[in-house]
Design a protein around this ligand. Structure first.
Ligand SMILES: *Cc1c(COP(=O)(O)O)cnc(C)c1O
Length: 485
């Protein structure tokens, strides 16, 4: 039936029947379907079409089919919408306005352009991943970054695995299987979700020897725990918590003195592992990998994608003989990194060779050092756009707030920032309605083409502008204009 144009107002009352539903072939032969065919191919398009026609037949049986449902252009529009939605990748770019710069759930460090270009090149051309260009023989993938890691940390040797959890596991398994590892009770930490020092220790086949108390551990506690079964003294950075008050922990240099007469290595899981003194940019101080090595650590493990600002990776640096043992362990093969990681890691590490440009070129550091006045000016520029988009049901203001570094780095330190704060309705509204309105807004922001992620606290939605860089501001603003709430 040529249902033609149904006059407005009558569409809801007139129904169509199953016989009005076109065949698959007829739709596939429509001239206007060609662009969809070219984009998605016949297989996907036919499957989507069959599914939709099935739904229309069910609607017809239920007496719910209306003529517009079987209109050719309407059918094509629906197919296009479905296929567009279905072909959108699950992993998507978004705006991180949570105020946490290194947000583990949002992918941690953002890579600088140099690293992105190197990854593209390594992905699209063959590369000397394990090929020695000097000798023409087989190479070692670790050697691609070992020199620069040693230069930056003062270590003799280095190796790379998938993440820092893997680095700790590998180190323990290679050096302490069926032996004892002495760790202070104050450092038996859990790092986000599944990484707990006692569990990793057990999986690595090492026996944990806990010493001291939660708040205080003394040199004698370590000394008294050393036995012929000891494999190492280990320190773990309390990344995501801080103990204050009546506390005592033992320095790496003291541990090194205690361990040396017994020939035991001192290992340090530094977690974030900074390579430069961050206080030069007004950021909180954090012992660097080089300082830890100089204090006498034999091995240091740290993450690639925390404060270092690179790709996900676990780095182990230190004494050459210990690194050699680690590299011979079969787990090293199971935990090794791919070429994407190495391609991204090398240029990031090289940025540290020119520290004077670091705050500009290393994305993580650039975000951490953004000035509050610049962030404030940006929040104020965006305020009218957001207020307009939200109408009178919400009140938007630009306010000072605090960002955090994230990923367990320096948990108690906060960075002065600025952003947009959205509160629901006006004072007459009840608290419950406020909560619902904020949840609704938070969801609408999450469903934008490039989702916007903020955080709800104290009856408001907080959008910290620290991680909204200049080049993304226009897109962010345009999206807000299209916000439907
Ligand atoms: C973050 C962290 C880890 C885990 O590192 P990943 O790179 O996330 O695997 C281990 N130890 C410490 C002290 C950490 O801070």
């Amino acid at each position: 039936m040529a249902a033609a144009i149904t006059p407005a107002g009558t569409a809801a009352t007139s129904t169509a029947s199953a016989s009005d539903i076109p065949s698959v072939d007829r739709v596939l032969n429509l001239a206007d379907i060609k662009p969809l065919l070219a984009l998605y191919g016949r297989t996907q398009l036919t499957a989507a079409l069959r599914k939709h026609l099935d739904k229309l037949r069910a609607d017809a049986l239920a007496g719910k089919l209306i003529p517009a449902d079987v209109d050719d252009s309407q059918l094509i529009a629906i197919l296009e919408k479905q296929l567009t939605a279905a072909s959108r990748l699950h992993l998507r770019a978004l705006f991180n306005l949570t105020g946490t710069v290194l947000h583990t759930n949002l992918g941690r460090a953002l890579l600088p352009d140099e690293a992105v270009q190197a990854v593209v090149s390594a992905l699209t051309s063959p590369a000397n991943l394990e090929f020695d260009l000097e000798t023409g023989g087989r190479g070692d993938r670790d050697s691609l970054v070992e020199d620069v890691l040693c230069e930056l940390t003062g270590a003799e040797a280095a190796t790379v695995v998938n993440n820092n959890a893997a680095a700790v596991l590998l180190m323990l398994n290679a050096l302490a299987q069926r032996k004892e590892v002495i760790v202070s009770r104050g450092e038996l930490v859990e790092i986000g979700g599944a990484f707990r020092i006692p569990d990793i220790m057990q999986r690595a086949g090492a026996k944990l020897v806990e010493i001291g108390t939660t708040n205080r551990t003394h040199p004698a506690d370590y000394a008294n725990a050393i036995t012929p079964r000891s494999a190492m003294l280990m320190k773990v950075h309390c990344s995501n918590y801080a103990i204050s008050g009546f506390t005592r922990s033992v320095e790496v240099s003291t541990l090194a003195e205690l361990a040396r007469p017994h020939g035991l290595p001192v290992t340090v899981d530094l977690g974030s592992g900074t390579l430069v003194d961050l206080t030069q940019w007004g950021l909180p101080g954090e012992t660097t990998v080089r300082e830890t090595m100089r204090q006498g650590a034999d091995l240091v493990t740290f993450s690639g994608d925390k404060l270092l600002g690179g790709p996900q990776a676990g780095l182990i640096v230190g004494r050459a003989d210990l690194i050699r043992r680690i590299k011979k362990n079969p787990l090293k093969r199971a935990l090794r990194v791919g070429k994407l990681t190495l391609a991204a890691l090398e240029p990031v590490l090289r940025l540290y060779l020119a520290p004077e440009f670091l705050a500009e070129r290393l994305t993580t550091l650039r975000l951490l050092t953004r000035s509050q006045p610049a962030i404030k000016a940006q929040a104020e520029r965006l305020l009218p756009t957001l207020q307009n988009a939200l109408g009178t049901h919400y009140t938007v203001s630009a306010e000072a707030m605090f960002s955090q570094i994230g990923s367990g780095a320096l948990p108690v330190d906060q960075l002065p920032s600025h952003g947009l704060v959205v509160r629901a309705g006006n004072a007459a509204n009840g608290g419950k309605r406020h909560g619902r309105a904020l949840d609704k807004l938070e969801k609408a922001l999450r469903q934008l083409p490039r989702p916007v992620i903020g955080r709800i606290a104290s009856d408001a939605l907080w959008l910290d502008c620290r991680c909204l860089e200049q080049q993304d501001e226009a897109l962010f603003s345009t999206q807000l204009q299209g916000l439907s709430i």
